[in-house]
Write a new protein. Structure first.
Length: 470
């Protein structure tokens, strides 16, 4: 093993090859579900160094775990317990290479933090719409590798829809120059879409060209109470009809998830949460003016109240109120983590099936595990729920996970299948769901995935044990 360490030191310099205790910050996943042991953490500064590292690892038969901001939810970016895997941190690939206002694109390296991309676009009067609670630490490479979603998907799509081109280091250390700002290119198979969402199992993304959009002239945020999931879905239908492309966010939160924010982040002052079992957070982006936006949004809320699908509602008066409403929604993940270890389900369903899914699954869980606490929230606008589960109040978190996690997962995932959904809408498979996926994915699709993995990474050295076992 010292041979591979020396080879890596020759490529990046001794300072950028971390060993022993220095590896610790890279060895535990964000949710603190798993702590692994790395052979080393290597920190290249450019694409050529990444390619040389991959070649060295191939020569020595050592596997590679790519890591960006390590904010992933499914234990995909940390090493296993063997002490034999190299963690390849992309954080030092942090240059924005080019912003092209006329083409409305930005080309940046994999380690650029999402928030930096948003700021760079904004400084040119443009919008990079990807928006996640982890945006202060997650990276472009991680966003692409997980095909991250977030809160603007209802209008702008997932990371995949935002990407026009990639630069990738392949499993044998070649550099594929696929950076392109083209919106149309039909010259054969779409390699780009293979690497997006592959969670580092097919290649290392080193840079990408992403779409930018005009910045809306005005954004308004509303917070509304609804007394059922069915009414939240009806509000979505009304919002789509009235606001059309102006609808840029539509999130739902159940009362328990809001109570967790109220408990762990009292400074957020969650509005209206005691009044109803669910609240909806809705964002309108308008290209005309604030008056036009207010008129549209107030019209929508009046109609919804008239129909009885909204009970009470507020519209943020200014930017800081709007930001606070978004922070309430984004703080649910942290509030749940502060409450204790938990079970996450990152599911999607046809929007038309969500109310029935919730009625069915809420009842089944309450029946099977009395006292279980549901943290049901998420991106209702695109059919993605975070149908998370916290232990009953009187059961220790760790004990609950050991006893009930498999049973809870089976119950929820079976219901997802019954209602024609997906067991992962945005967080991916990682190692946490690698043995669950085969139970729910079409067998022909799985066989094709396995063949793609074997074709692109025949030695199986890129993030083994993640997404699909070969
Ligand atoms: P990492 O966690 O470092 O890696 C994720 C996966 O990608 C791993 O499998 C890793 O091996 C691989 N990888 C990383 N970089 C590369 C690369 N350059 N080339 C090849 N493979 C690579 N996710 C959502 O989709 N929507 C949300 O709304 C959302 N909100 C979140 C809120 C919070 C508070 C937190 C903590 C997480 C949230 N996430 C969300 C999950 C997470 O932030 C995203 O999955 C994000 O895209 C991961 O980026 P990262 O840089 O941290 O990647
Ligand atoms: C979000 O939408 C993230 O906030 C995290 O995808 C969801 O905490 C979760 O389960
Ligand atoms: Zn999410």
């Amino acid at each position: 093993m010292s041979e591979v360490l020396n080879a890596l030191r020759d490529i990046v310099g001794a300072k950028q090859v971390l060993i022993d205790a220095d590896c610790q910050p890279f060895e535990t996943d964000w949710r603190k579900r798993v702590t692994g042991k790395a052979l080393c953490v290597v920190r290249p500064a450019n694409t050529q160094e990444v390619a040389d590292i991959v070649k060295a690892c191939v020569r020595h038969g050592v596997s590679i775990v790519p890591q960006g901001g390590n904010t992933g939810m499914v234990v995909g970016a940390v090493p296993d317990a063997s002490g034999e895997q190299v963690v390849l941190s992309l954080q030092r690939l942090h240059r924005i290479r080019h912003l092209d206002p006329a083409n409305a694109t930005i080309t940046a390296e994999a380690g650029v933090i999402l928030q930096q991309l948003q700021v760079a676009a904004s400084e040119q009067g443009l919008l990079y719409p990807l928006s996640l609670g982890s945006q202060g630490s997650c990276t472009l490479g991680g966003n692409l590798s997980t095909n991250a979603g977030g809160t603007q998907v209802v209008r702008y799509g997932n990371t995949r829809e935002l990407c026009l081109g990639l630069e990738v280091v392949t499993a044998d250390g070649e550099i594929w120059q696929g950076l392109s700002g083209l919106r149309k290119d039909n010259t054969g198979y779409d390699l780009r879409d293979l690497f997006i969402g592959a969670e580092g199992t097919l290649g290392i993304i080193t840079a990408a060209t992403m779409k930018l959009f005009p910045k809306p002239r005005c954004q308004l945020t509303a917070w509304a109470t609804v007394d059922s999931v069915q009414h939240a879905v009806r509000l979505l239908e009304l919002a789509r009809a009235r606001l059309n492309a102006g609808l840029t966010g539509f999130e739902m939160m159940n009362q328990f998830s809001m109570s967790l924010v109220d408990k762990h982040f009292p400074e957020r002052r969650v509005p209206l949460w005691r009044e109803a079992p669910y609240c909806v957070l809705l964002e309108l982006s308008d290209m005309e003016s604030e008056d036009h936006a207010r008129h549209s949004l107030e019209g929508l809320l009046e109609e919804a109240m008239g129909e009885g699908c909204v009970g009470n509602a507020i519209v943020a008066e200014n930017l800081s109120q709007a930001q606070n409403l978004w922070l309430i929604r984004e703080n649910i993940t942290m509030a749940q983590a502060n409450e204790g270890l938990n079970i996450k389900h990152d599911i999607s369903l046809p929007v038309s099936a969500i109310a029935d899914f919730c009625a069915h699954t809420d009842a089944a869980l309450a029946r099977e595990i009395p006292g279980v606490r549901l943290v049901n929230f998420g991106h209702l606008g695109d059919g993605n729920l975070h149908y998370n589960v916290q232990c009953p109040a009187d059961v220790p978190h760790q004990v609950f996970l050991e006893r009930e996690e498999a049973r809870v997962n089976a119950l929820v995932n079976n219901a997802v299948k019954q209602f024609h959904g997906s067991i992962s809408a945005e967080h991916g498979i990682g190692s946490l769901k690698v043995d669950t996926l085969p139970k729910y994915k079409d067998p022909v699709a799985l066989a094709l995935m396995r063949r793609i993995k074997q074709a692109l990474d025949p030695k199986g050295l890129l993030n083994p044990g993640r997404v699909i076992r070969v």
